[in-house]
Design a protein around this ligand. Structure first.
Ligand code: PLP
Length: 388
């Protein structure tokens, strides 16, 4: 027996290492009040009408007439229909092209099972680290494309041919967004190279700027080359509930949905019925209003965080159509040195940029998904530190 060696070689630059360092610091300084601008988790609870819909769905499971067991491998039509109506009305997708699932974290690399094992994959560096880790576990060949200030954190179109392209917009970690022009170029590249774009769009609800597309399908030709992933996690505080969806357009290949349905039947038993009922409620008028207010609050926090770092001499990126700010360290510190500095001097946790790829080594990520109380406290500490 031999274990999967791809599971062995992960680096020391992970979220686990952040937690380990914080725990060690806490042991030594038990009285210090540490606050976190690090986590990518939400701080606001699920809105009331969604909770009520899920309570009702729990009761459905107790009655013969409404009980749901196995079955809806690709998601229930009641949820597919409201997503297609509310999110994709102008694009003409059918129920056959949308899949309900239990989280984009797994969806984003499970999808690689759709493609030949020798497919060449590219991803931007820095990236949401799961793309690299998930592809490695599946023994796939993945190459990084540099993203930095020179290319505004959008990778330059490569000369080489790739078959699969990961794009994350709004980006975790840099908070930058692909514009219409950027996406047009990548769609052209994908067409010329018969490639597929895996478009991770889980932060779409944070987009407010006019020149940023909400969906890749707003761009002509995208239906021929792009699979779009979205999640209720950050939009509606479903990080603990787990519900996501993605679109595989028939235009990519006449057999693509046939292949993926065969894969899904054999590898997935469908998302949770109760959670899907909750997700359906996301599109009620009252929940829509409350959810928009929650996201507005996060964006307000991001704006305040941008201001405090900028006012104290930092170069700040993102944080406009995204909850994430990508900030350059100071005094030549690498990202772990900066992490130690912020933890020790301000008792604030940030995420070292190196966790997201080698181009993150002189950056750190700050998240505005923290509560207002934490953000205000962090701002006070930062201002106080630099007043000295
Ligand atoms: N994609 C990106 C870019 C993310 O930042 C995250 C979560 O942080 C996910 C996917 C995971 O989403 P889900 O909670 O739906 O698994």
């Amino acid at each position: 027996m031999k274990l999967n060696s791809n599971l062995y070689s992960f680096s020391d630059n992970t979220f686990y290492n952040v937690t380990e360092k914080v725990n060690k610091y806490k042991e030594k300084h038990p009285d210090n009040k540490i606050i976190s601008l690090g986590v990518g988790d939400v701080s606001k609870p699920v809105v009331k009408s969604i909770i009520e819909a899920m309570h009702k769905a729990v009761d459905d499971q107790a009655n013969m007439e409404t009980f749901k067991g196995y079955g809806a491998y690709y998601g229930y039509d009641f949820l597919k229909d409201v997503i297609l109506e509310n999110e994709y009305k102008d694009f003409g997708f059918t129920r056959d092209e949308i899949y309900i699932s239990n989280g984009t974290k797994s969806d984003s690399t499970n999808i690689l099972e759709l493609f030949d094992i020798d497919s060449k994959i590219c991803v931007s560096d820095p990236m949401y680290p799961i793309y690299m880790a998930g592809a490695k576990i599946l023994n796939r060949n993945i190459t990084c494309l540099d993203c930095n200030e020179d290319n505004n954190f959008i990778p330059t179109i490569p000369k080489e041919k790739y078959d699969i392209i990961y794009i994350c917009s709004p980006s975790n970690p840099t908070g930058t967004c692909y514009t219409y022009d950027d996406l047009e170029k990548w769609i052209r590249y994908a067409k010329e190279n018969k490639a597929v774009i895996l478009y991770d769009n889980v932060y779409n609800a944070f987009i407010r700027s006019e020149n940023v597309p909400r969906s890749i399908y707003e761009i002509d030709g995208a239906k021929e080359v792009a699979i779009e992933f979205r999640s209720f996690s950050k939009v509606a505080s479903f990080t603990g509930l787990r519900c996501s969806y993605y679109i595989i357009p028939n235009e990519i290949d006449k057999d693509i949905n046939y292949y993926w349905k065969n894969r899904t039947i054999n590898r997935f038993n469908g998302a949770d019925y109760i959670v899907q009922k909750g997700a359906m409620e996301v599109y009620s008028d009252s929940a829509k209003k409350e959810i928009k207010k929650n996201i507005d609050d996060y964006l307000e926090g991001a704006k305040k965080l941008r201001r405090v770092f900028e006012n104290n001499g930092y170069s700040v990126y993102g944080g406009i159509d995204s909850p994430f700010l990508w900030i350059k360290t100071k005094d030549g510190m690498d990202s772990w040195e900066f992490f130690d500095f912020f933890l020790e001097k301000l008792n604030i946790i940030i995420i070292p940029g190196i966790i997201f790829g080698s181009n993150g080594d002189k950056y750190f990520r700050v998240s505005a998904l923290a509560s207002k109380g934490v953000i205000d406290e962090a701002i006070e500490r930062i201002n106080k530190y630099y007043e000295k």
